[in-house]
Design a protein around this ligand. Structure first.
Ligand code: ATP
Ligand code: MG
Length: 564
C-alpha cells in the first residue's frame, strides 16, 4: 500500500481521554476512532490487526474441532425467559422492542440462542460432540466503559460452545479449548497466565480466565510462589486456620464514645486490627444477616453470595442496621444478635476478640466463638491477600494485576435443562446435552498486545499480528534514484507476499520515521542517499532497534529471514 493512497490518520498529541498506553497508541497510530462511550470504529490498520488475530483464532478453533457459524446479534426475549436470564442478566443487557412490541436484546453472549439451535438438529449421541463458534460483535452496557477497546460496550468476541454426551466428553472439549487458547495467545505474542475464576452470570462450576499480567489490569490475581496455583481474587480460596491457644477471658464492655470504625478503634484502644471481629449487616434476598470477619480482612461478596445462596446481596441500610442491632450504625457485634450469623474462617479463629456491643458508644471485649455467639455457618468468605498460605501446597501467595483476554467454562446442564436440549444415548435414553463455552475478547486482545509490546516511540507489533510486516521509507521520494529503488523494492516485496507499505509522502524523513515507529511495523527499510550510493539500504528491526546495512539485491532474502 502506498501511504499517499491510504487512510492512516496519525496524531502527534496524546489524546486527553486516553489513560492507558494501548488506548493512546491505538488512537495516535490511527487504528481506531471513538464513536460514543465504549463504541469504536476500526480504521484500516486496526481492522488488519483484528483480522490477523481472528485468523489465528480460526485456525486454532478449526484444529480443535470447531466449526464456524454466525448467530444473530438480535435475540428474541423468549429464549432468555426460558433460562431466567432476561431478568438475571441485569442492566448490562441492551434491550429493544420491534414495531409490534416484541422484545429483543442485543446479544451480550450466545448460550441461549446456540442451545436453541442445537436442540432442533441434534437427536442422537452419534451426532456428538459438536463444537460451534463464531466471531462477532457483543453488546454489554458496561457501567464503566473505559480503556478504549479493553472495556467497550460494543466489542468483538470469539465464542465457542461445546455439546457433549457426558462429563468425560466435556472434559475433553474443555482441555482442547484450554490448550488452543494457550496457543492462540502465544501466537499473538501475548504472555498469558490461566487462573481459576468465578463463573459470574455465565454460570457453571469449573472455569479459567486467561490473564495478561500488568499493572493496568482491572482484575486482581493471587498466585503461589511455590506451585502453579493461580486464581482471580473473586474466586481464590482461603484456608481455615486453627485458633490460637489461649485462655478465654470473661466478656467485658468497653466504653467507646464516638469511636466506631476499625481505624478509630485500633487507634483508640491501641491494639492490632487482627483482634477485631468486624460485624457487617447485609441483606441477602432482602433478609438481614450478620457477617463476621477478621478486622484485617475484606469480605469477598462473590464468595459470600455463594455461601448464603442468594440471588441479591447488598449492604443493609442504616435503618435496618439500627433495627437489627438496637444501636446506631458502627456498634454491631455478634453477641445477642437474633439474625443468622455467617462467620468467616478469619473471625472464627479470633480468641478474646473485640466487636460492637449492639449498644451505643460501647464495644465488647473477649468475645469467643461458640461460647458467646452461635454461628449459623462458618465459611470462607474473605478476599485472599498477599502473604496468605496457598490452598494447594501451603506456599506463600503473591498478588498481581491482570487483564482477562479469554475465559473457558464448564457449563454442564445449566442451559440444556431449561432449554430442553436433549439427545438419545446408546440405550435410547433421553439425556440433556453437557455444555461448555469458551470466549476470547478479540478487540481486547489487540489492546493487550500493545500493552505488552510498545516503547516510548510507539507500538512494536509482533510479526504475526502486525498490520503490515514492513515499511519502505525513502528519505526523499522526489529523488529519482531513491524513488526507483523504493518502487522496485515495493513491487518485489509485495509480489512475493510480504505485506509492505511504501511511504511515498512528500514529508520530511523525520516525520515518516516517527509515524513508522508509532504504527510499529516490525521492519523498516530506509532508503537514503548515502547508503544508496554504495547500492545499499538500511533495515531496522522495530522492537530491538537493531540496524543492518544490506545491498538492495539482498533485501528480499534478509526480510524473509527476519520475518520468520
Ligand atoms: P470482564 O470480567 O472483563 O467484564 P467477563 O468475564 O464479563 O469480562 P466473558 O463473558 O468471560 O467476560 O467474555 C469473554 C471475553 O470477552 C473476556 O475474556 C474478554 O476478553 C472479553 N470481554 C468481556 N467484556 C468485554 C468488554 N466490555 N469489552 C471488551 N472485551 C470484553
Ligand atoms: Mg470472563
Amino acid at each position: 500500500m502506498r501511504m499517499t493512497e491510504s487512510y492512516i490518520p496519525t496524531l502527534r498529541e496524546v489524546p486527553a481521554e486516553a489513560e492507558l498506553i494501548s488506548h493512546q497508541y491505538m488512537l495516535r497510530a490511527g487504528l481506531i476512532r471513538k464513536s460514543a462511550a465504549g463504541i469504536y470504529t476500526y480504521l484500516p490498520l486496526g481492522l488488519r490487526v483484528l483480522h490477523k488475530i481472528m485468523n489465528i483464532i480460526r485456525e486454532e478453533m478449526n484444529k480443535a474441532g470447531g466449526q464456524e457459524i454466525l448467530l444473530p446479534i438480535m435475540q428474541p426475549a423468549e429464549l432468555w425467559h426460558e433460562t431466567g436470564r432476561w431478568d438475571d442478566y441485569g442492566e448490562e443487557m441492551f434491550k429493544l422492542a420491534d414495531r409490534n412490541q416484541r422484545q429483543f436484546c442485543l446479544g451480550p453472549t450466545h448460550e441461549e440462542i446456540v442451545t436453541a439451535l442445537v436442540r432442533i438438529d441434534v437427536r442422537s449421541y452419534k451426532q456428538l460432540p459438536i463444537r460451534l463458534y463464531q466471531i462477532q460483535n457483543k453488546y454489554r452496557d458496561e457501567i464503566r466503559p473505559r480503556f478504549g477497546v479493553i472495556r467497550g460496550r460494543e466489542f468483538i468476541m470469539k465464542d465457542l460452545y461445546s455439546f457433549d454426551r457426558d462429563e468425560a466428553g466435556l472434559e475433553k472439549s474443555y482441555q482442547l479449548m484450554y490448550d488452543a487458547y494457550s496457543r492462540i495467545f502465544s501466537r499473538c505474542g501475548l504472555q498469558t497466565c490461566p487462573v481459576e475464576a468465578d463463573s459470574g452470570a455465565i454460570g457453571g462450576d469449573t472455569t479459567h480466565e486467561f490473564m495478561v499480567l500488568g499493572d493496568a489490569g482491572e482484575a486482581l490475581i493471587v498466585y503461589c510462589q511455590d506451585c502453579d496455583y493461580a486464581a482471580n481474587v473473586e474466586q481464590a480460596e482461603c484456608l481455615y486456620q486453627k485458633p490460637e491457644k489461649a485462655a478465654l477471658h470473661p466478656l467485658k464492655e468497653i466504653p467507646t464514645p464516638n469511636v466506631s470504625t476499625i481505624e478509630e478503634l485500633t487507634a483508640y484502644l491501641d491494639i492490632s486490627p487482627s483482634r477485631f471481629i468486624k460485624t457487617m449487616i447485609f441483606l441477602a434476598d432482602n433478609k438481614p444477616i450478620a457477617v463476621l470477619i477478621g478486622g484485617n480482612h475484606k469480605i469477598n461478596e462473590i464468595k459470600l453470595q455463594k455461601a448464603v445462596n442468594c440471588t441479591k446481596l447488598e449492604l443493609a441500610d442504616p435503618a435496618t442496621i439500627e433495627t437489627v442491632t438496637n444501636a446506631p450504625v458502627g456498634y454491631a457485634g455478634p453477641v445477642g444478635l437474633q439474625i443468622p450469623i455467617i462467620v468467616d474462617y478469619s473471625a472464627a479463629g479470633i480468641v478474646n476478640g473485640i466487636s460492637g456491643a449492639n449498644k451505643e458508644d460501647t464495644h465488647l471485649a473477649n468475645i469467643n466463638f461458640e461460647r458467646d455467639y452461635i454461628p449459623t455457618k462458618v465459611v470462607d468468605i474473605r478476599e485472599a491477600q498477599a502473604g496468605d498460605p496457598c490452598v494447594r501446597c501451603g506456599g506463600t501467595l503473591q498478588t498481581a494485576r491482570g487483564t482477562e483476554v479469554g475465559q473457558v467454562f464448564k457449563l454442564g446442564t445449566k442451559y440444556s435443562i431449561p432449554l430442553e436440549a436433549k439427545f438419545l444415548d446408546e440405550n435410547g435414553k433421553e439425556k440433556p446435552l453437557i455444555m461448555g463455552c469458551y470466549g476470547i475478547g478479540v478487540s481486547r486482545t489487540m489492546a493487550a498486545i500493545i500493552e505488552q509490546h510498545h516503547d516510548e516511540d510507539g507500538i512494536c507489533w509482533p510479526v504475526s499480528v502486525a498490520p503490515y510486516q514492513t515499511v519502505i521509507v525513502p528519505v526523499n521520494y522526489e529523488d529519482e534514484k531513491q524513488r526507483q529503488t523504493a518502487d522496485h523494492l515495493y513491487k518485489l516485496l509485495t509480489e512475493s507476499g510480504i505485506e509492505t507499505v511504501l511511504d511515498d509522502r512528500k514529508e520530511r524523513a523525520g516525520v515518516k520515521f516517527k509515524d513508522a515507529d508509532l504504527i510499529g511495523y516490525p521492519i523498516r527499510i530506509t532508503i537514503g542517499p548515502r547508503q544508496l550510493k554504495e547500492g545499499n539500504v538500511e533495515i531496522t528491526v522495530r522492537e530491538s532497534k537493531e540496524q543492518i546495512v544490506v545491498p538492495v539485491a539482498e533485501v528480499h532474502n534478509q526480510l524473509l529471514t527476519l520475518l520468520s
